[in-house]
Design a protein around this ligand. Structure first.
Ligand code: NIG
Ligand code: FE
Length: 411
């Protein structure tokens, strides 16, 4: 690929593998390099190409023979709620007996039941349960993850969650991006007074969480917050220098994706009820569409997100697990990709791009991760599979044999 290559600082060289690069300069699809090799220097990709073109190596890096396996970029989960107390298995049973997600929420269950459990949990308990889930994600190929607060709904518990999120990133070999979701639901103390709660989010919480979160999110829905409240939170967040994103158009059409895009949202997530003006605003403003097939599946939804229109208007489609105890107890990026194909009609290549490059775009970290290109981090997932489309095809199989973060083996 390069003529003048300095090989004497290489630390690792991965050989004997097929690489899914998603490098658009190779091809618009998988960007597959067969019989390839990849060299790492300072944790970044220093060389990538066909093994036959590997230059003579002057130093003695660690050579990792991948024995003909498939390698993808480390996967990115751009939407999770994986820090929480308790679980909602009972509520799921109620739903199976006919209660809807909205009915359970309106009766004080749903998100508020997890709020009670999260407030009652110690920081250590929250850390331990979330670390166990994060290790599951890591072992399934994830090297970058976004985690939201939002089960505290008071300053003390929101800060507790954000500190747990920070500890997860500091203690485990995964890049963790923290998002503040104080406006996730109306806490019982503020029943019938949503505008007062939103004032507290804007005036007390947002000024207090600087340094613990990079982005601010809100759940805009009939069972959560309305459009004017959303605008207040997102504008205040922008004023404080946060990136913004939104849970939008999940259960009904609100016009929330359009509003968020116009305010500069990096992504709008869920989007089952997204309409054309919303898509056009997202296209014009560069917002990524993050689809969450896990919650669509687990809530038994029927309204599908407008994939064809998103494609036509070139809005990048990312996929997240939405891992959470109520609507998406899903911890597998490959299952998310599979569901996106079967439920939403994504192609296999779109689905895997959704859990790698486009998920990195949704977090605004695609200059560092999400594809295998020179200068990006050597975050790699190694798969015991023969062709790329097998990744989203096999259900319930765990083909991930190794995970490397910045060139180092971490799982
Ligand atoms: O993304 N939609 C709102 N929030 C979560 C669900 C959280 C919960 O039910 O605990 C979601 O689906
Ligand atoms: Fe969510």
């Amino acid at each position: 690929m390069l003529n003048q290559v300095r090989t004497n600082d290489w630390e690792q060289v991965f050989t004997n593998a097929d690489f899914i690069t998603f490098d658009p300069q190779l091809d618009p699809g998988w960007g597959l390099i067969q019989q390839g090799a990849l060299a790492v220097q300072s944790g970044k990709i220093a060389w990538l190409g066909e093994s036959a073109n590997l230059p003579p190596i002057e130093s003695s890096p660690e050579v990792i023979d991948l024995k003909g396996r498939l390698v993808s970029p480390g996967m990115v989960d751009c939407h999770t709620h994986l820090v929480f107390g308790g679980n909602r298995a009972d509520e799921w049973a109620q739903r199976l007996e006919g209660a809807s997600y909205q009915e359970i929420a309106n009766a004080g269950g749903g998100i508020l039941s997890t709020v009670r459990a999260t407030r009652a949990a110690t920081e250590e308990q929250l850390y331990q349960s979330a670390a166990s889930r994060l290790k599951t994600l890591l072992a399934s190929g994830i090297t970058t993850v976004e985690i939201k607060s939002g089960y505290g709904l008071d300053l003390e518990t929101e800060l507790k969650m954000l500190r747990v999120i920070r500890s997860l990133g500091a203690s485990l070999p995964v890049d963790v991006h923290a998002t503040f979701l104080g406006a996730h639901a109306l806490p019982p103390e503020f029943a019938e007074r949503p505008d007062e709660y939103i004032s507290m989010v804007c005036n007390e919480m947002l000024p207090a969480i600087g340094g613990l979160a990079t982005a601010v999110d809100i759940f805009t829905e009939s069972i959560a917050f309305n459009l004017p409240q959303t605008e207040r939170v997102l504008r205040t967040a922008v004023d404080h220098g946060f990136q913004i994103k939104i849970h939008a158009e999940q259960l009904s059409h609100m016009g929330s994706a359009k509003l968020a895009a116009q305010l500069g949202a990096i992504s709008a997530d869920h989007l089952e009820y997204l309409d054309l003006p919303g898509i056009e605003a997202m296209a014009a403003c560069g917002s990524v569409a993050t689809l969450l097939p896990g919650s669509f599946y687990f809530l038994n939804e029927t309204q599908r997100p407008p994939v064809a229109d998103l494609r036509e208007r070139h809005v990048p489609i990312a996929l997240g697990s939405d891992m959470n105890p109520g609507s998406s107890p899903v911890m597998s990026p490959l299952l998310v990709a599979n569901m996106a194909c079967t439920l939403f009609g994504l192609t296999p290549v779109e689905s895997v791009r959704g859990v790698t490059l486009n998920a990195a775009r949704a977090l605004r970290v695609a200059h560092q991760v999400g594809s295998l290109e020179l200068g990006k981090l050597a975050d790699l997932a190694v798969w015991d599979l023969s062709v790329p489309s097998e990744l989203p095809y096999l259900i319930g199989h765990q083909p991930c044999t190794a995970v490397y973060k910045a060139g180092r083996r971490v799982a």
